[in-house]
Design a protein. Structure first.
Length: 133
């Protein structure tokens, strides 16, 4: 999504790297894909802070979009909590290694990432239609 938002800077890719495993393996935290998608929404809604009225509207828009995304994710997968989604406890020794070798990330995490990207695209399309009016 970073290219789609005109943020072709590798630094953007690093902003969410610690979200793996529900923020550095603390799975009582949200799924990294969900957390990263909210960062994308914040970037998508960014505007000059000097324009106070627009900034207020964009903050509201980012929160509203994030709420819709989270609600859709919960409806689809039942939760946003990493531990509940994966059934793994990364706080246990070797759990992350097991996660990588087991392929769970291919079967589950890839679906979560695909889902949030689809939702980000849908929200972006909705935003474009709304602005065109």
């Amino acid at each position: 999504m970073w290219e789609a938002y005109g943020l072709e800077n590798e630094d953007i890719l690093w902003t969410c790297t610690a979200f793996t495993g529900g923020i550095a393996g603390h799975q009582s935290a949200p799924c990294g894909a969900v957390s990263a998608s909210t960062v994308c929404l914040g970037l998508r809604h960014r505007c000059p802070l000097a324009d106070r009225q627009r900034a207020k509207q964009e903050r509201f828009g980012a929160r509203e979009d994030a709420g819709q995304l989270v609600t859709s994710f919960i409806e689809r997968f039942g939760t946003i909590t990493c531990r509940d989604l994966l059934g793994l406890d990364f706080s246990k020794p070797g759990a992350y290694h097991t996660f990588l070798e087991s392929g769970i990330w291919k079967d589950k995490c890839s679906k979560y990432v695909e889902f949030v990207i689809e939702k980000l695209c849908e929200l972006d399309e909705k935003r474009s239609v709304t602005r065109a009016r």
